[in-house]
Structure formats: structure tokens, C-alpha cells
Design a protein around this ligand. Structure first.
Ligand SMILES: Cc1ncc(COP(=O)(O)O)c(C=O)c1O
Length: 447
């Protein structure tokens, strides 16, 4: 009997004992192709020597030193490295322990900004449905993932409201161009700001490319430019959550580079440390930092593992490898190859309604019927069946549910390591195809 509190208490999971490149191995010697890097984490695979060496070197020298007494070389170097490559206006970087804490920190920084500039009545955060920003209570409050929110509903903040996402496959009208829809979906933000009254609104938070909740969903063209305009018009802060989509995953270091805008605050995590250490991070622009510098001069929020030396050393090594090995270029090239392969195999599949993504971040949205876009009954747990079938065939991918409206809908997400080879992309497509068909057959058999 296990004493570990597993996600599913009665599950008998394989024991992962070793990682090598894009593969994980279990205790029985079975090999799994890691097609989603866990949850879009393992951007360099599982055994990069430069990162392992950096971690060992740092642990030998100094595991950690508390940020209220000291700074450290790795935390300073990581901040220098990242800020010099960050979108326009970004002034400082803070590392924390994971994605949820990065979002908590971002929300608190935004709130502190308004307190510092003498507008403490700005309480509302506007977020979007079908989004995920983390599982701590603040991050979950801004998340639009219905299933994950439900058990904790009474504990979630009442200072958060949710608007519809920019989700062309489901919400674009037949008489609209993608650009018209981009504008209409962005204007939902303006309506919501006016409804709450601008002087009460603190920030808008969105995933630049929505990850696990909606399945690699990029906004319609022009959406984020209009969002930036609206935020500027009403003085609302713009927080972009790039915890899944950042650090090269979509083919640029920051996903927002492809939107042609710079937010006030950015959160990152997963691909920051690539799984070699738990780490998340928050970037803040000059507007926020200058306000704090002119006011209290003190970060109101703190955590023990901010600026953790080993985590920062690991992240710095990961980021240097990404740049030195030209991996962002590789994400673009292999991303194009993955898109072509997914389209070739699934474009005519009767139960694949949409194929979407950017870089090495792609998803298949599953439907009963492509014409009506009707979703499978959630009780059938199609996404879980696909996951099980894939894992039994040696493929770890990331299927999820609630895609269409937070409750209904299924998708399969791929986020392979940037070091993957093209032949391994063929394996991903082939095994996914077999697993999807097996999952669909098991549903028909049980009907
Ligand atoms: C976009 C996004 N934000 C926040 C989080 C929370 O990160 P963590 O699981 O590291 O707390 C996640 C995790 O999946 C995420 O995808």
C-alpha cells in the first residue's frame, strides 16, 4: 500500500526511474515517448548534461540563501539574462517556486501597484472562461476552468469576473472574418470594464495561448492588440500568463512577441526550468516597478523559495541551452512539421473537429460530429481513455476535458521537447491515431 497521496488514490501508476532525451523509462523497463513534456515542462528532454552539471555545481557551492538576507549569483544572472530578452518595458524579474505562485505574485504585484499610486478601490481582476492560471486559491480564482474550480467555489475571490475567450472554432460567426471576430472578442473586455466601472478595475489576465483547458488556443488575429488598447484606455493592467506557452514553446521566447504587444506583467514557469528544478517567474514592467520605487520601495509579498539558487542555476542553464543550440528556430521548423503531420493524419478524421496550435504546442479538439461540433458526453471520459490507450502504447500525451465550455469537450495536447527528432514526431502521430481510434471503439463497445 502506498503512503503517497496520488492524484487518483487507487491508481497503480508505473514507477518512472530514468529519463533519456525525449524518453522516460519505468521500473519494468518500458519506454514512453514524452509527447507533452509532462505538462509542457520538459523542453530539453530528461537528461541534458549541461543543465544537470549546472545543478550539481550549484548544489555543491550554495543550495540556497534567503532573499531577505542575501542575493545570489544565479538569481542575479538569471534576471539579467531574461530581462534583457523580455518584451519592451519589462524592468525586473522575480523567480518563485512554481506557476501558481508566479500567478499569485503577479496578482499581488498588480494590486500593490494600485495601492502605491493611491487607487486602492481598483479591486476587480477580469479573466477569461476556459483558462487555467493555477491551483492556489488566488490563481484558481482567476482561472476559468470550471471543473477545477467547482469543489473550492466558496473559497474563491469575489473580486474576479470572467469573460468569454477568443475561441474562433466555437464562437466566430459564419458572417465574420477572423479579424472581425478578433475585434469582437476583444471588445468583450471593454464591455466588462464599463460594467464594473473603469475606476474599479485592477487588471486583465489571459493566457497568451491557452494551454490545457482549451487546448493550444491562440486568440483570433488582432485580439491582443485591441486588448492592449482597451487596457491603456482605462488604465487597466495587462497580465499575460505564459506559464505553458512561454520560454520558446510557441516558436518565440515569449508567446506575446507574435501578438506584437508587451504586457505589464508576465508569468512563466514550466519551460523556464524544464523540469530540472521547480521554478516559476514573474516579470514586471517599468510602470509597476517605478511606482513601487517611488512609493513603499518594498515588495509587499514574499515566499521562502524566491530566488532559490539551485532553481535559478538550472533555469539559467536551460535558457542558455535553448539559445546556444538554436532551439527556438528548431521549435519553428519542427512545429511546422508537426502541424503538417497532424493535418495529414487527422484533417479528415470524423471525430477531430479542430487542429490548432503554434510552435511545438498543438492540440486536436474532439467532437462527435464535425458539422454540428457536438461534444462527447463528459461521463464517457474520452480524454482519459485516450490517455490510457496512449500510455499503454508507450506514448505520454496530455488529453483533457472541458474544452468547449468548461464542462463539455475533449482535446489531446502535444508539447514535445524542443530536442525531438522528426521521426519521433511520426511516432507521436501514429500512436495517437491508434490510441484515439481504440478509445473511440471502447466507447462504441460500451454504448
Ligand atoms: C497557464 C498556466 N498557468 C498556471 C499554471 C499553474 O502552474 P503550476 O502547476 O506550476 O502551479 C499552469 C499549470 O498547468 C498553467 O498551464
Amino acid at each position: 500500500m502506498t503512503h503517497f497521496l496520488h492524484r487518483k488514490l487507487n491508481s497503480t501508476l508505473p514507477v518512472a526511474v530514468r529519463g533519456e532525451g525525449v524518453y522516460l523509462y519505468d521500473k519494468e523497463g518500458r519506454r514512453y515517448l514524452d509527447a507533452s513534456g509532462g505538462a509542457a515542462v520538459a523542453c530539453l528532454g530528461h537528461s541534458h548534461p549541461a543543465v544537470i552539471e549546472a545543478v550539481i555545481r550549484q548544489i555543491r557551492t550554495l543550495p540556497s540563501a534567503h532573499t531577505s538576507f542575501f542575493t545570489t549569483e544565479p538569481s542575479e544572472e538569471l534576471a539579467d539574462y531574461l530581462v534583457s530578452r523580455a518584451p519592451e518595458g519589462i524592468k525586473r524579474f522575480l523567480s518563485v517556486s512554481d506557476g501558481s505562485v508566479a500567478v499569485e505574485t503577479a496578482l499581488k504585484l498588480a494590486r500593490q501597484y494600485w495601492v502605491e499610486v493611491g487607487q486602492p478601490q481598483r479591486r476587480y481582476i477580469i479573466s477569461r472562461k476556459q483558462s487555467y492560471h493555477g491551483n492556489t486559491l488566488g490563481a484558481l480564482s482567476v482561472s476559468g476552468n470550471e471543473r477545477r474550480r467547482a469543489p473550492y467555489a466558496p473559497l474563491l475571490s469575489e473580486s474576479v469576473t470572467h469573460i468569454d475567450p477568443s475561441y474562433a472554432y466555437r464562437y466566430q460567426r459564419a458572417d465574420e472574418t477572423p479579424e472581425q471576430y478578433g475585434l469582437r472578442s476583444a471588445n468583450l473586455l471593454e464591455e466588462e470594464i464599463l460594467r464594473l466601472r473603469p475606476e474599479n478595475v485592477n487588471a486583465f489576465i489571459a493566457e497568451t495561448v491557452v494551454g490545457a483547458t482549451a487546448g493550444c488556443l491562440a486568440a483570433a488575429p488582432g485580439y491582443f492588440r485591441r486588448v492592449r488598447e482597451i487596457c491603456d484606455k482605462y488604465g487597466v493592467l495587462l497580465i499575460l500568463d505564459e506559464i505553458m506557452s512561454g520560454m520558446g514553446r510557441t516558436g518565440t521566447l515569449f508567446a506575446c512577441e507574435q501578438e506584437g504587444i508587451a504586457p505589464d506583467i508576465i508569468t512563466v514557469a514550466k519551460g523556464l526550468g524544464g523540469g530540472y528544478q521547480p521554478i516559476g517567474g514573474v516579470f514586471a514592467n517599468a510602470k509597476i516597478i517605478n511606482a513601487i520605487e517611488a512609493g513603499s520601495k518594498t515588495l509587499a509579498n514574499g515566499h521562502t523559495y524566491m530566488g532559490h539558487a539551485v532553481a535559478c542555476a538550472a533555469a539559467l542553464a536551460v535558457q542558455k541551452v535553448i539559445e546556444e543550440e538554436g532551439l527556438i528556430q528548431r521549435v519553428q521548423t519542427l512545429g511546422n512539421a508537426l502541424e503538417a503531420k497532424l493535418r495529414e493524419r487527422f484533417a479528415a478524421h470524423p471525430h477531430v473537429g479542430d487542429i490548432r496550435g503554434r510552435g511545438l504546442f498543438w492540440a486536436l479538439e474532439l467532437v462527435i460530429d464535425r458539422e454540428t461540433k457536438m461534444t462527447f458526453e463528459p461521463a464517457l471520459k474520452l480524454n482519459e481513455r485516450v490517455k490510457e490507450e496512449a500510455q499503454a502504447r508507450g506514448l505520454a500525451c496530455y488529453p483533457s476535458g472541458g474544452t468547449a465550455d468548461g464542462v463539455r469537450g475533449d482535446h489531446i495536447l502535444f508539447a514535445p521537447p524542443y530536442i525531438i527528432e522528426e521521426a519521433q514526431l511520426d511516432d507521436i502521430v501514429e500512436i495517437t491515431s491508434q490510441s484515439l481510434d481504440a478509445a473511440l471503439s471502447s466507447i462504441s463497445a460500451s454504448a
